[in-house]
Design a protein around this ligand. Structure first.
Ligand code: ASP
Length: 332
């Protein structure tokens, strides 16, 4: 009898704020991660930074902050780290500069903001948020985005701030490979190895709201103002309280063509497909076209998913039910 009463109470009583699940998932890029080249010391650095970002985001949620604030808190730490292909440590374009893309979406209102090809903004994810909150647009690119940043009082850094020797070497290697193959193809195998490191975060707050954000330097040796999926709402980033929050990483051209993030949410919206199944089905579409990468996702009930079809994906997660971890490869 007591159990029945409890069950009835559970059904009719809305979850109180204290009982609602909350948490976040983040990624630091999917790609060719050579286990043998990753020294224990380097691996420890990645794990420590992923943990630091995860804990910063989780702390925001724990004290009742918004999913949006948690996403920003986690991504800023990853952008500031030279380990990842976002902010400092971004990959180089063919011209030897860094051009950064970022986007953010609020699942509560479906408001969104994005910037593409910015060269002097230390934390592009914060500019994406300003586009969402302070402009009447969703996406600003290049010089215009920086003009907007200036008006908003953003501090500028020289492009050299983003440069690292490691990425310089990857550019040289990618150029040599491309020249040897006599191809102007955007992506060679060497580029693919050098590409990983995009960062992203999805979060669910105590009020039951979702948010997603993604930030990247794009692809090594990119040319002609190339923009990937990361700043494209519906491709690299998507959040809607009714379905899920998604951030993607991988070969951007394919993720744009599949409309990855929105495709996952659409399956949930139209068919009630569980998040995990939906994400796997969408990644299979990317693979069928010849692309690779991964996504992280979180739904309103606190279910998470982190599939990838590359060697590895840097990732971290922590939920209020006690589930937590950081991982790089498919098997730990
Ligand atoms: N998706 C990013 C892009 O194509 C790169 C990555 O995630 O590795 O710009």
């Amino acid at each position: 009898m007591k159990t029945i009463l409890l069950l009835i109470a559970a059904v009719i009583m809305p979850l109180s704020a204290a009982d609602r699940p909350f948490g976040l998932v983040l990624h630091g890029g999917a790609g060719v991660i050579d286990r043998t080249a990753l020294t224990p010391a380097r691996e420890a650095e990645y794990r420590a930074k992923l943990t630091e970002a995860r804990e910063a985001g989780y702390a925001v949620l724990e004290r009742g902050g918004t999913a949006l604030d948690a996403v920003i808190a986690a991504i800023v730490i990853l952008e500031d780290s030279p380990l990842f292909n976002a902010g400092k440590g971004a990959v180089f374009t063919a011209d030897g500069t860094c051009e950064l893309d970022a986007s953010i979406m609020d699942g509560r209102t479906q408001a969104a903001g994005a910037v593409a090809g910015v060269k002097r903004i230390k934390n592009p994810i914060t500019l994406a948020r300003s586009v969402m909150e302070k402009s009447s647009h969703v996406m600003l690119a290049g010089e215009g985005a920086e003009k907007f940043a200036q008006q908003q009082g953003f501090a500028f850094v020289p492009n050299e701030y983003f440069h690292t020797e490691h990425r310089r070497q990857q550019l040289e290697a990618a150029k040599k490979k491309a020249a040897a193959k006599k191809t102007a193809a955007l992506e060679t195998q060497a580029d693919r190895a050098a590409r990983y490191g995009t960062v992203g975060c999805v979060a669910l707050d105590r009020a039951g709201h979702l948010a997603a954000g993604t930030s990247t330097g794009g692809m090594t040796n990119k040319r002609f103002g190339r923009v990937g999926d990361a700043p494209i709402i519906g491709a690299g980033t998507y959040a809607h309280d009714a379905t899920c929050a998604i951030s993607a990483t991988g070969w951007g051209e394919y993720f744009i063509r599949v409309g990855v993030a929105r495709d996952i949410a659409a399956q949930i919206e139209y068919r009630g497909t569980p998040l995990k199944e939906a994400a796997a089905a969408t990644l299979a579409k990317v693979a069928a076209l010849g692309g690779d990468g991964g996504v992280i996702g979180l739904d309103r009930a606190g279910n998470l998913t982190m599939p990838f079809n590359t060697q590895g994906m840097y990732r971290g997660w922590r939920l209020s039910n006690g589930t937590e971890g950081v991982a790089i490869f498919a098997s730990p």
